[in-house]
Design a protein around this ligand. Structure first.
Ligand SMILES: Cc1cc2nc3c(=O)[nH]c(=O)nc-3n(C[C@H](O)[C@H](O)[C@H](O)COP(=O)(O)OP(=O)(O)OC[C@H]3O[C@@H](n4cnc5c(N)ncnc54)[C@H](O)[C@@H]3O)c2cc1C
Length: 399
């Protein structure tokens, strides 16, 4: 494909877009990253980085940064609110499959902060307070409209990466449908410094607790514990964020005489959606712009990082003449099926397991999880899927 501008533009400076910009820049391609916010925003969504993601992030330095900032969690549990621990999975069993046989717990905004500093260090162009507003593309360029502090600007590039999140304006401007559905309930995230391990001695750092009324995910991250629970669809998100409701939810998890100190709180709408295509000529989608899923399994951002790694490696090979343009055609067939068959399928299965209301199905599920964990061969296969190693092997991104 002809190159007129000698530049790639990435829209969206979240973790996926900022990583894509770094990978493109490191490949010697001039890049501009466009972000609507004025700087890194605290974001209480992703905190889990899976083993092969860390393997793949070694080369660009992000793995070392995550290890410095995060908490290593080799074990995860599946629990029941009333019955306690049902199954435990020790990811050390994956030591021959990955150099990082554990989940690394680190908030996504810390990764974004590191990426922005890296971009600044290598002199890549990061335009903050620039909001993408529209695009036009021809056979040999992409032109975009951007709302900047000084007014509307037009920028041009050879390839555009839309990594502007679930509501992606790039995806809409490219006319790409976002198929799937939105869950009726929101997900509530609350962070507290209360030492759950002291009061619930048999838990570990990653605990999925099933319950027909209010399941919860209890995650240890550096400096605090994070609790994720569903919000009844009849309750307004603003109501769910009220102090008393948060206290009720935490007291229901673990009663204590005094109120919890709540350090962070947020409510998120949750979807299962995959873009109809990941590419329109010179425009590509990556991360949440391309696929959204519920957070039970911690796969959305990991999948987005895998998108960025695949796409940027392909772009670099084509840019430097090491591969024909057809290399870019391989991006969607490599990544989109994984969004459907791995990320969506596993996270949907996890959600069903956590919230099952039918008592018969529920006890069958609990028995099945217990027997799975007790059988080393089956537990190993389960961990290959849960850690996303199977997904990345299937699409040829790891050995
Ligand atoms: C409660 C919760 C917990 C989660 N936990 C995990 C987890 O543990 N592990 C995991 O892998 N995933 C998790 N996820 C999913 C994860 O948070 C997302 O997949 C991830 O944020 C996607 O990154 P992104 O860069 O694609 O999009 P975003 O993080 O949404 O970033 C998009 C960026 O684009 C910018 N932007 C938007 N529109 C424009 C515009 N018009 N112009 C310029 N810039 C724009 C935004 O400001 C933002 O910076 C979780 C999600 C939720 C809701």
């Amino acid at each position: 494909m002809r190159r007129k501008h000698d530049r790639v533009i990435v829209v969206g400076g979240g973790p996926v877009g900022a990583l894509a910009a770094l990978l493109v820049a490191r490949a010697g391609i001039p890049v501009t990253l466009i972000e609507r916010e004025a700087g890194v925003q605290p974001d209480y969504r992703a905190s889990t980085f899976h083993p092969p993601t860390l393997d793949l992030l070694e080369e660009c330095g992000a793995e070392a940064a995550l290890l410095r900032m995060g908490l290593v969690a080799p074990v995860s549990q599946f629990r029941d609110r009333r019955r306690g621990k049902i199954a435990e999975f020790d990811f050390s069993a994956l030591a021959r499959d990955t150099r990082h046989p554990y989940r690394l717990q680190c908030e996504q905004f810390k990764l974004v902060d590191w990426l922005y500093r890296e971009l600044a260090r290598i002199g890549a162009s990061l335009l903050l307070e620039h909001t993408f507003a529209g695009l036009r593309q021809t056979d040999d360029e992409v032109r975009i409209e951007v709302d900047a502090p000084g007014g509307r600007r037009t920028l041009a590039c050879d390839f555009l990466i839309g990594a502007d999140g679930g509501r992606s304006r790039v995806r809409k401007a490219a006319g790409i449908a976002f198929e799937g559905f939105t869950f009726p309930e929101h997900f509530l995230v609350a962070g507290t410094r209360h030492d759950f391990k002291r009061h619930m001695p048999d838990i570990c750092s990653v605990n999925y607790t099933a319950d027909p009324v209010e399941w919860y995910l209890l995650l240890e991250i550096p400096d605090m514990w994070r609790v994720i629970t569903p919000v009844d669809p009849a309750v307004e998100p603003s109501e769910a964020m009220k102090e008393q409701r948060l206290q009720d939810s935490l007291q229901n998890l673990l009663p204590r005489p005094e109120p919890y100190e709540i350090l962070v709180k947020a409510v998120y709408r949750v979807h299962q959606r995959v873009a109809a295509t990941y590419r329109k000529q010179r425009v590509f989608l990556a991360g949440d712009a391309a696929h959204l899923n519920n957070p039970l399994g911690g796969m959305g951002l990991n999948g987005g990082i895998h998108d960025a790694l695949s796409l940027c490696a392909r772009l670099a090979r084509v840019w430097h003449g090491a591969a024909p343009d057809a290399e870019l055609d391989g991006y969607e067939p490599q990544r989109r099926p994984e969004a459907i068959n791995a990320i969506s399928a596993i996270t949907e299965r996890n959600k069903r397991l956590m919230e099952e209301r039918d008592p018969v199905v529920r006890s069958r599920n609990l028995a099945e999880m217990a027997s799975l964990a007790a059988d080393p061969a089956r537990a190993y296969r389960y961990m290959l899927d849960a850690s996303m190693i199977s997904s990345l092997r299937r699409c040829g991104m790891v050995a």
